[in-house]
Design a protein around this ligand. Structure first.
Ligand code: GDG
Length: 470
């Protein structure tokens, strides 16, 4: 894109909406969406609207309760919401209906009329709050993720004619699964109220377009454009990336105790396999532990020579499916350790806590294998963080699920089917034995790609497209 065009889109105020606000004051703990969005706002200024972590209990009238705080060029607007309604929207429709549906888990989808009602009400509240904060129809509005699909439709109802873009951070299911939700027509109509619909991968993009075709008999042209009810809609893929340099720096400056742990393992000749995830059923965590156990069975030379560290940070604990996956994972780790551990060796170290980001970076660098084996994932930033964290002179090897969006870009990793436990076990064995020359060649290619498609490129290309310049 030319400088002139870059400047043209930068001149418009950026307005970002996501379910939660990032902590702009301390980005040291943030990943993904928060970093990508915060950097865009830090560069050009603008407004970020998200739900407040303060709720109100009883009806407080219809006027939105917003607290706006200015931090340099950025205005942070926190919207207070009714507690009960927020829970039905967040734990209910967003995370018990849409999340499993979009991760191909029809067996876990819960349909309740109150969920959908609250989802629509909360989106209408966001719309009303946002409409009052807009400075005119030149503001570029960028809405994030599955919590807020109906937001453009609600804004249009209030007469907002601005350019509005939507980015879906999670995968989009194939039409046969998508139409299984009774609300699929409404959801597609909502998505067609955006000017730009952004998906993570080519697979998601194809699934989205086919779902629109199936539901509304509207097809997209070769450039991803269509017209729906007289409005032009563009759909494209914008694979999200990370800030490679800053993550690499963090990994290099690892905390002393991480370095000591790593030296201790070096002395003992112990290699480390690492997994880092929110404790979510989409991440395939029990399967990874089983694959590690199969590694020990099929390749017994790794007994007492390899250890698996899984950090599984707590998430959405009020949703029942998350309590189930937690007990399943604890049982799996316990039974594998019970079978193999001895006084000198704990095969699996499982940490059910959030770990500070800088420490995480150091742990990724200190691990010879990055095991990223979700059953379905929009992108998976940990895969990219693992690559960024490595020592280019002696890098570890990424074992990556073909069902992570990242697999479309990261072909030089060892791509596996996470449902085929023996295949994953053999890939880990291959990674543990891979000669330095092959490791550096694979890592070099991967590093180049994640550096080219980084967080800055993701937001630049999305915003240029939204501004009509892409
Ligand atoms: C959604 C989509 C898509 C994890 N544990 C800790 C911690 N993390 C950080 C990781 C990474 C981020 O959280 C997780 O990002 P992922 O991409 O892996 O997965 P989701 O949370 O499911 O994110 C996903 C993403 O949105 C972005 O579009 O890639 O597909 O599902 O940055 O490092 N960070 C800290 N402590 C932890 O314990 N500090």
């Amino acid at each position: 894109m030319s400088e002139a065009k870059q400047n043209a889109s930068d001149a418009r105020r950026l307005v970002v909406v996501s379910n939660r606000l990032g902590n702009i004051r301390d980005m040291s703990q943030a990943g993904g969406l928060a970093v990508g969005v915060a950097d865009a706002l830090a560069q050009r200024g603008g407004l970020w609207l998200g739900a407040s972590d303060e709720y109100y209990d009883s009806a407080a009238g219809d006027e939105p309760l917003i607290r706006v705080e200015r931090l340099g060029k950025i205005e942070m607007a926190a919207l207070a919401l009714p507690r009960e309604e927020y829970s039905l929207y967040y734990n209910g429709y967003a995370n018990s209906t849409l999340w499993p549906l979009f991760h191909y888990r029809l067996d876990l989808v819960k349909h309740q009329r109150e969920f959908l009602q609250a989802y629509r009400q909360i989106n209408a509240r966001f719309a009303k709050a946002l409409a009052g904060l807009l400075s005119g129809n030149n503001d570029l509005i960028w809405i994030h993720d599955y919590h807020l699909i109906p937001l453009a439709a609600e804004l249009r109802r209030l007469g907002v004619g601005n350019r509005i873009g939507f980015f879906l951070h999670i995968s989009f299911p194939p039409p046969d699964l998508f139409v299984a939700t009774p609300d699929h027509e409404e959801l597609i109509d909502d998505l067609l109220q955006y000017d730009v619909v952004g998906l993570q991968t080519e697979t998601d993009l194809a699934n989205f377009r086919r779902s629109v075709e199936t539901t509304n008999s509207i097809s997209f042209d070769i450039k991803g454009a269509t017209e729906a009810k007289g409005r032009a809609v563009l759909s494209r893929s914008f694979p999200i990336g990370i800030d490679v340099d800053s993550f690499a720096r963090m990994a290099n400056d690892a905390a002393e105790d991480v370095q000591i742990d790593s030296m201790r393992r070096q002395i003992l000749g112990l290699k480390q396999i690492i997994g880092v995830d929110r404790l979510d059923y989409s991440k395939g965590l029990p399967g990874r532990m089983q694959a590690f156990a199969r590694l020990l069975e099929r390749h017994p030379e790794h007994e007492r020579a390899a250890t698996y560290l899984q950090i599984a940070s707590p998430t959405r604990e009020e949703v029942s499916a998350y309590a189930e996956i937690r007990s399943q994972l604890e049982a799996t780790a316990g039974s594998i350790n019970g079978k193999y551990a001895d006084l000198a060796w704990t095969p699996i170290r499982y940490i059910h806590r959030a770990v500070p980001r800088s420490r995480l970076a150091g742990l990724l660098r200190a691990s010879q294998v990055g095991l990223v084996a979700p059953l379905r994932d929009g992108m998976n930033l940990v895969a990219k963080e693992y690559i960024a964290a490595q020592d280019p002179g002696d890098p570890g090897v990424l074992v990556l699920s073909r069902f992570a969006g990242a697999a479309e870009e990261l072909a030089e990793s060892l791509i596996v089917n996470p449902y085929a436990v023996d295949e994953v076990a053999d890939a880990i064995a291959k990674a543990l034995k891979m000669p330095l020359e092959e490791r550096t060649a694979r890592h070099g290619a991967l590093l180049k790609r994640i550096s080219r498609n980084d967080a800055a490129e993701w937001r630049r290309s999305f915003l240029a497209t939204l501004a009509g310049e892409g």
